[in-house]
Design a protein around this ligand. Structure first.
Ligand code: BGC
Length: 442
């Protein structure tokens, strides 16, 4: 199996993350009628998966520091399958909620372990691009979920198929993880240097991996090879990476991306697009922009570096959010509705080029090996927690302040994120994980 095939199979975790978070918006319209759900109950169906994801992300780090990355990803793959089946056959809302909670757990685990695993198997010079395959798969998953939602909208019981289809990539991921190797960095960190060497040979397709192995060994000597205790998360040497990781986790969500991902058709209709069909089509267009700009980001990320991309991304997001807010302020006639659609698409494009991929990449890069899993867990839980908060407050926020007010808030928060990045986020381009660790330590 070539390195790229290995990376692609692992990145299926991202596809499931995207598909299963996106699919509910299309399915819910039907579930709501079949199961006679109140608005509150619909909110719970959406929110319970996000809460499950926060819990899954919280558990995955500790588990994977102890038991290895591979086995836990395999577990998530199996959970995706079970959860898809449970949700798809649900006759009662309680069973549906159980299914959505389980799918959330799996999403949470995959959301942090996919980038972690990819970072640990990648050579330094391409790490940005390889880890960002995860984000590319997330965006493809979201787009596919929109298209599947559209295609199955008229089929009887179509919503069951929408939820069931998540099992397919789950099956491929699970089978794949049976043959994929354990992370060489995890192996070395657990004293299994010979195994690590073999895996590196397999990944690099060459017998001479002495240089990479030597830096790994040095790093582990510095770590005095013990798995650090969780209390070390509070020690001064992890303080800066922790502030960076948790801060970016928060900013990735409170700058509003998921208001668009989850509610785009509603936003477009309230901006004045007259038909539901046009709104859904515009939403698919936004999904496509998300995928395309992520590809552009992958091409740039190891060339321009992480900080540059974050600057462009956040500056562009703030600008487009202010335009969007202006369009809402000006009223909702034909041309203005299209200004809204275009600024939403541009906003998503700017997110996709930087803040989307770079957050998941940086949290896989900046933490010391001995604490990597648990520290990434903390950042991911923060990310899912704010995802949940934004998702449940957005419609009320629009109700209280109007579209103009709500989007100004996300715009101002994007500027705050820009200042945060300028002040504290390190550049990690081209350096090995061990060099990054040594630099942040010093
Ligand atoms: C974020 C998700 C978001 C997705 C959109 C991810 O990086 O974590 O919350 O839905 O990007 O592409």
């Amino acid at each position: 199996m070539s390195f790229y095939l290995i990376a692609s199979v692992a990145a299926l975790g991202g596809l499931l993350f995207g598909y299963d978070t996106g699919v509910i918006s299309g399915a819910l319209i039907f579930i709501r009628d079949v199961m006679v759900l109140s608005t509150t109950m619909q909110g719970v169906v959406v929110a319970i998966a996000l809460a499950g994801a926060a819990i899954g992300a919280g558990l995955a780090g500790h588990l994977s520091d102890r038991a290895g990355r591979r086995g836990v990803i395999l577990g998530a793959g199996l959970l995706f399958i079970v959860a898809a089946v449970v949700s798809a056959v649900a006759q009662h809302v309680a069973v549906l909620l159980l299914g959505r909670f389980l799918v959330g757990l799996a999403i949470g685990i995959a959301s942090m372990l996919t980038p972690l695993y990819l970072a640990e198997i990648s050579p330094a010079r391409e790490r940005g691009a390889i880890v960002s395959l995860n984000q590319l798969c997330i965006t493809i998953g979201i787009l596919v979920s929109y298209l599947v939602g559209y295609a199955l909208a008229r089929a009887t019981g179509g919503w069951r198929w929408m939820l069931a289809l998540g099992a397919v990539p789950g099956i491929v991921l699970s089978i794949g993880m049976l043959v994929l190797p354990e992370s060489p960095r995890w192996l070395a960190g657990h004293g299994r240097v010979l195994d690590a060497e073999n895996v590196l040979r397999r990944l690099r397709g060459t017998t001479d991996v002495s240089q990479e192995l030597a830096t790994l060994r040095q790093d582990i000597a510095r770590e005095d090879r013990k798995l650090a205790s969780a209390r070390e998360l509070l020690s001064p040497r992890v303080r800066r990476p922790l502030i960076v990781g948790v801060g970016l986790a928060m900013f990735q969500q409170i700058t509003g991306i998921n208001t668009v991902i989850y509610f785009a058709p509603i936003i477009f209709q309230s901006a004045g697009l007259s038909s539901a069909a046009t709104s859904i089509l515009a939403t698919a267009g936004v999904g496509a922009v998300n995928v395309i700009m992520t590809v552009v980001s992958i091409w740039l990320i190891d060339r321009l570096g992480r900080r540059q991309l974050l600057f462009w991304s956040l500056g562009g997001m703030a600008a487009t959010l202010f335009v969007l807010s202006g369009a809402f302020l000006a009223g909702t006639s034909g041309a203005l509705a299209w200004i809204a659609v275009i600024s939403v698409a541009a906003y998503v494009g700017f997110f996709a080029i930087g803040l989307g991929p770079v957050f998941w990449l940086l949290i896989a890069e900046i933490f010391p090996l001995a604490l990597r899993g648990r520290a990434m867990s903390l950042a991911s839980v923060t990310n899912w927690g704010f995802n949940l908060i934004v998702a449940v407050t957005f419609l009320d926020l629009v109700g209280a302040l109007g579209g103009a007010g709500a989007f100004v808030i996300y715009g101002v928060l994007s500027l705050a994120a820009l200042a945060f990045v300028a002040a504290i986020v390190p550049e990690t381009k081209g350096r090995s994980l061990e060099q990054i660790e040594a630099a942040l330590d010093g």
